[in-house]
Design a protein around this ligand. Structure first.
Ligand SMILES: Cc1cc2nc3c(=O)[nH]c(=O)nc-3n(C[C@H](O)[C@H](O)[C@H](O)COP(=O)(O)OP(=O)(O)OC[C@H]3O[C@@H](n4cnc5c(N)ncnc54)[C@H](O)[C@@H]3O)c2cc1C
Length: 1011
């Protein structure tokens, strides 16, 4: 008996022979497209520019806009490119009215190569042609990932109509092989769940399933009546578990339990794909009815690795291409072995993968009529033909739709065709020999290599990422990954933390002074803003006496702490980070109850606290080593830093653990003694942080916790002669008072007070005429309404170029109307309550002001009756001088301003008192450069949300009335807590001097630390 490998080789060789017999190019259209693909494969930079240009092109309207973009993308260094581009640009400059339409036509044609038609009518002709070639079809609708329920409804209707149309037009068609017809209905529709519900949150699969099933059920029902087949496609990893769960849930319902004509996709590039497939098969057996699985490698490899790289988490995909190939083969066998319950389809253009499936089917005696090969429209035509000729069942995946929504699909195809790792490129562009292409992928897996070698590859856990550029030897900083609520395990942990924390609601929390817990009868309740009758806990109210005690304790502790080694101080922060990580779910749960954060927002806050600890520990190790100023003979001068003394930290409630932790950790690690005061609205969160530091072993008096009224103890401590530094984050009103008051020198005061003052914003995002509207809407909605607009970074002014105004508004309002408003203990809630009653009233007052000043374009109608829920609100016709366009509202209220052009947009954006965050959506490289230079904001974000700064990556803080120009989570933040000092020594003795002084020396510590 021959080995499987030789069987595969034999079949593979046969396919190659047939493919070579019809020497059609794999990407069927020649000319423009061929040349661009060839160039892209040759030059990575060009490929990036080209794909970005292609993505923007359909949204450009006039010829001049097209030419302008063409120049911006390609002109400055066209020398290195092919004459195609250079000539194109020159021609375009001369005759824009001819060349721009030609270019657009060419790109449209390129897209049309992968898109089978604009609509159901269009596609029928293509399907007929394929039928003549003995190729079946599955039709897919482009434009996944809707931003509103209106769009989701439209998609559902479209799917329904399409199904009817396909059934009608193909009524007379019979099975192409004329056997096993019961397994393979002629009409086959592929659907994507992200097109059917706009509010899918991986944390809330039950909600997604409830919504998507209301759309899928009628489709399934009708498909059943018409004898059609529905396949549920698989998208990015975030949706995978929900998609699988949804599939099993609906098909287990009595109505569909015995319906065999539904299928789902398994992506072999996922590490957990085998477990998922086995689980599906087990489910299918228990259900007792056959179902189908399309096995693919997966279309989102670049997206998944980029996303995981950004989050610092392990990618869910294999990182070596042969691993995906080998897994595909393993799962091929699993599918065939379970052929009694599952009908397999193999979605691949890789001749090795295809030949392997054929060989395994033969080995197991499975009739070729009982499974199918599926290939994409516009790709690998010769392979399809070869398979038909060999007597296999072939189905083509035919996307339909307009160019604009089809861009994401087109770019995925272009990436696939030019991928260094891809089969198509190897075979058709690089002519790699058949023997090489038919090798067993298992042999090609490199042992010991767990991933791609990028600088921040999670496969190399101790590598420095970008935040660690100045790390000292042996230390590195990595952002803690966010918890992924995709996993059931994380969802359950969060639910159980909420359950546990709920049990202890109403507990009393002490002050912490000089290492002593102090609980008095003077208690302040902290309420749950979603259920204001619920008391989350009681904080002990500090009086002036206790504030005085805290200053004394801090002063006394400072004298010792200041001489504690940097290493010891840094390690304290690292221990705190470990405890925060250990208590992560519990602390998130406390935030959800106390300040109304959603699950992921709460987790983001704890992650930030962890990052502050580890980042500042690393930064202090760097700053803590005295550094030689110049190398000169006979003298050495070392520049180093001393702590300032007693630091008073005043934090807000909106990032109740992260900001408090960041300021306190910075104070402590720099050798200061710290008194921290949480906001009155988030005392319990503050008390939790104190517990964390106490457990981490902070020495008595080095960190003191005072809850109480800002107007009493806050004001007292700001003015105190023994307080040397104030770190404040909060409102402009309080910030300016502190700034002023700290400027007065009191009798007995030793130091000039240093104030770190971070205040509010009136943040603007500008939307350019060529912006990607899917991204614009998604990020703007999130930035304006996430955490109820209560982030200082939140979007409050959306500035639209008039050219784009209607198009944006048309989608923005339904997107806002689709948001889930509710109690954030429930997963997947986007908009919760605002912090308390005064905030609630103030925001409603602003809405009243807005109604008088401008036009209310949208306001949510239904919000929960209890709790401080403010309906998300959008104003239009807003002018720059109106109060709602100038004053910080700190709630879910968005003002939309219409402007003529980018000049005016910048003027409006910069025309407020604030400069905190700001952003720009555009695909014009020149406009992007201009905004990068000219937008007045401490943090400028292009083509993404203006919220969500990450420690070390996006040092955060503004200027003008947004703050004193400091950057939390940045390299120079700790310097604010330190005074610089230089120690100079004459090292020459009678003309003799040491040749060289070391660049760094040990800390100046006395008594010398014990070895
Ligand atoms: C009919 C059809 C339907 C499809 N439906 C879906 C779907 O619903 N969902 C979906 O996600 N995909 C789907 N795909 C798959 C996807 O679109 C790609 O076409 C497919 O992954 C390409 O694989 P291949 O075997 O043809 O090519 P090959 O060149 O053999 O494989 C390329 C694939 O290998 C993987 N890969 C690339 N680099 C690496 C690496 N460094 N480490 C590990 N793996 C790597 C990627 O998945 C990449 O797409 C479908 C494909 C077809 C043909």
């Amino acid at each position: 008996m021959r080995s499987l490998q030789s069987e595969v080789e034999q079949r593979g060789t046969r396919i190659f022979e047939l493919v070579d017999k019809y020497p059609e190019r794999p990407f069927s259209k020649a000319g423009f497209y061929q040349r661009l693909m060839a160039l892209s494969m040759h030059d990575e930079r060009f490929k990036t520019q080209l794909f970005q240009f292609v993505a923007v092109l359909p949204s450009l309207r006039g010829s001049s806009e097209i030419i302008q973009h063409l120049e911006e993308y390609f002109s400055d260094d066209n020398e290195g490119f092919s004459p195609l581009i250079g000539v194109g640009i020159r021609a375009a400059r001369l005759v824009p009215w001819i060349s721009a339409p030609v270019l657009r036509w060419n790109v449209s044609e390129m897209a049309r190569q992968f898109i089978a038609g604009r609509n159901g009518n269009d596609v029928i002709a293509t399907l007929r042609k394929r039928r003549a070639q003995k190729i079946g079809f599955t039709v897919d609708v482009l434009g996944e990932a809707v931003v509103s329920e209106t769009e989701a409804d439209e998609h559902a209707v479209f799917y329904g109509d399409l199904l009817e149309k396909l059934a009608r037009e193909t009524r007379e068609w019979t099975d192409l092989l004329g056997k096993n017809v019961e397994l393979f209905p002629v009409v086959n529709l592929s659907v994507k769940i992200s097109a059917l519900y706009s509010q899918i949150s991986p944390a809330a699969p039950a909600d997604a399933i409830a919504h998507v099933s209301t759309k899928l059920r009628p489709l399934f029902r009708r498909a059943r009546e018409l004898g059609a087949f529905i396949n549920v496609d698989m998208e990015s990893y975030a949706l995978k578990n929900t998609t699988l769960e949804l599939f099993k849930t609906i098909l287990s319902e009595p109505e569909f339990k015995d319906w065999p004509h539904a299928g789902i996709v398994i992506q072999a590039y996922l590490r957990d794909s085998e477990a998922d497939l086995r689980d599906l098969i087990e489910w299918g057996r228990a259900r007792g009815t056959r179902f189908a699985v399309r096995l693919v490698k997966g279309a989102y490899w670049d997206y998944e690795t980029t996303k995981s790289g950004q989050n610092g988490s392990n990618p869910p995909v294999f990182l070596q291409k042969p691993e995906s190939d080998a897994n595909f083969e393993k799962l091929t066998r699993v599918l065939f072995e379970n052929n009694s319950v599952v009908t397999p389809a193999f979605g691949s253009h890789n001749i090795r993968s295809i030949a392997h499936a054929q060989a395994v089917a033969d080995e197991l005696g499975i009739d070729p009529g009982r499974f199918e090969f599926q290939l994409l429209y516009g790709m690998a035509g010769p392979i399809k033909r070869a398979l038909v000729e060999m007597g296999y069942r072939v189905r083509e995946y035919c996307p339909i739709g307009e160019l604009l929504p089809g861009m994401a699909y087109l770019v995925r195809r272009l990436l696939e065709n030019t991928s260094n790792e891809g089969f198509l490129r190897a075979k058709f562009a690089e002519n790699v020999p058949a023997k090489e292409l038919l090798r067993d992928p298992k042999e090609l897996i490199k042992p010991g290599v767990t991933g791609i070698e990028t600088p921040s590859s999670p496969s190399r856990p101790n590598q420095k990422n970008d935040a660690s550029l100045n790390a000292t030897a042996g230390h590195s900083f990595r952002n803690a990954p966010l918890v992924s609520f995709i996993y059931k395990d994380s969802q359950e942990k969060m639910q159980s933390a909420l359950h546990e924390v709920r049990k202890r609601l109403g507990e009393k929390y002490p002050l912490y002074i000089g290492g002593e817990k102090i609980l008095t009868d003077n208690l302040t309740p902290s309420f749950n803003p979603a259920e204001p009758t619920e008391i989350v806990g009681y904080g002990t109210e500090a009086s002036i006496d206790e504030a005085e005690r805290a200053v004394k304790a801090a002063r006394a502790a400072f004298e010792k702490w200041r001489w504690t080694s940097v290493e010891e101080r840094a390690q304290l922060l690292e221990r705190a980070a470990d405890i925060l990580e250990r208590r992560r779910y519990e602390l998130s749960a406390v935030e959800i109850f106390e300040v109304g954060k959603s699950w992921s927002e709460a987790d983001g806050d704890i992650r930030e606290a962890i990052d502050f600890c580890t980042f500042y520990a690393q930064q202090m190790r760097r700053l803590g080593r005295p550094k030689l100023t110049q190398q000169v003979p006979g003298e050495e001068s070392y520049h180093h830093y001393l702590p300032r003394g007693v630091a008073f930290v005043i934090a807000p409630w909106n990032f109740p653990i992260a900001i408090l932790c960041g300021m306190a950790a910075a104070g402590v690690v720099t050798g200061n003694a710290v008194i921290m005061k949480p906001s009155e609205q988030s005392i319990v969160c503050g008390a939790m942080l104190m517990q964390v530091f106490a457990e981490a072993g902070v020495p008595p008096g080095v960190l003191n916790f005072l809850s109480g009224h800002g107007s009493v103890i806050g004001a007292h401590l700001v003015d105190h002669k023994d307080v040397d530094l104030i770190a404040f984050t909060g409102s402009r009103e309080v910030g300016l008072k502190i700034w002023e008051s700290a400027g007065i020198t009191r009798p007995g005061q030793r130091e000039l007070k240093r104030v770190i003052c971070e205040m509010g914003g009136k943040n603007a995002m500008i939307v350019d005429a060529d912006a990607d509207l899917d991204e614009t809407i998604m990020y703007s909605i999130y930035a304006a309404f996430g955490f109820q607009g209560q982030k200082c970074s939140a979007l409050s002014r959306l500035i639209l170029l008039e050219e784009n105004y209607d198009r944006v508004m048309e989608r923005l309002i339904p997107a806002a109307a689709s948001l889930r408003v509710g109690n954030p203990t429930e997963p997947g809630i986007m908009v919760g309550p605002v912090i308390d009653e005064p905030a609630y009233r103030r925001i409603l007052e602003y809405i009243e002001i807005g109604k008088k000043e401008a036009k209310i374009a949208y306001q949510a109608k239904e919000v929960p009756p209890h709790g401080y829920f403010v309906p998300p609100t959008i104003f239009t016709d807003v002018k720059p001088n109106m109060r709602i366009a100038r004053e910080e509202i700190f709630g879910p209220v968005l003002s939309v301003l219409k402007v003529r052009d980018l000049d005016e947009a910048l003027e409006v954006a910069n025309g407020t008192d604030y400069a905190l965050t700001g952003g720009f959506f555009s695909r014009s490289p020149d406009n992007i450069e201009r905004v990068k230079a000219r937008l007045e904001a401490g943090n400028v974000y292009i083509n993404r949300s203006c919220t969500g700064a990450i420690v070390g990556r996006h040092p955060f803080g503004g200027f003008k009335m947004s703050g004193g120009g400091t950057k939390a989570g940045g390299e120079d933040y700790l310097l604010n807590f330190l005074v610089p000092r230089v120690v100079t020594e004459n090292t020459s003795r009678h003309g003799f001097a040491p040749e060289k002084s070391p660049e760094y020396r040990d800390e100046f510590l006395w008594p010398k630390p014990q070895e």
